[in-house]
Design a protein around this ligand. Sequence first.
Ligand code: PEP
Length: 239
Amino acid sequence: MKLVIGNLKMNLNQKEIEEYIAFFKNKKYSHAFFAPTYIYLKEFVDNGLNTVSQDISPYSKGAYTGDVSANQLKSMGINYSIVGHSERRKNYADGMLVNEKLKRLLENDINPILCIGEAFEERNNNTYLNVIKEEIDEAFKNIDTNKLKCVIIAYEPIWSISTSGTGIVPTNEQISEISSFIKDYVQDKYSYTPKVLYGGSVNNINVDTLEEIGNIDGYLVGGCSLKIKEFNELIEKVK
Ligand code: PEP
């Protein structure tokens, strides 16, 4: 089963979220997941939706004002969290924290959705495979390989993200190349074959083309996940 994960980012107010939940709770999609801001997580969980955190603290507990711990998320029924999203890497220098965050998630039996992906110039100067390797190695550093098996990898080329990049979607061949590369690299070095999601300007229209890619395991969706009808159509098209 492929996964579709909607990353709502810092969008939708209380009234809009209620409308959103009211629509999706009746659909009972087992393959659709929702990542709202922290303040709405409980409403998603209580309404039976597959709920994903957008991030997590690198610390376990204590005096870290504004942070939310993996243990707190787990205790409210959250089993998935995004980690290393390019917006966090860029805006908060999160690249250095990804390894610690991954450890906190794994300690608490939360499945990480690790975001990796190259910038436009790294694609153009042909260093993108190295960037992918380095991001995986940095994230997986000093973690027992037996614990890594639940880590899902989201390949999100920074240049294809709708709001911070060019919004250009890579070709199916480009996505397929990276997905195979990630699966082989992680299998060789860390002894498991991860699920690989594609993220970057996916919508209810271009998903028809993306669905022809044979070796991806789903999508991480930003902008389109904010529009109820469009996101619902996208979810229904993913098999
Ligand atoms: C994202 O930021 O994770 C993302 C995939 O965004 P968008 O779909 O808007 O490009």
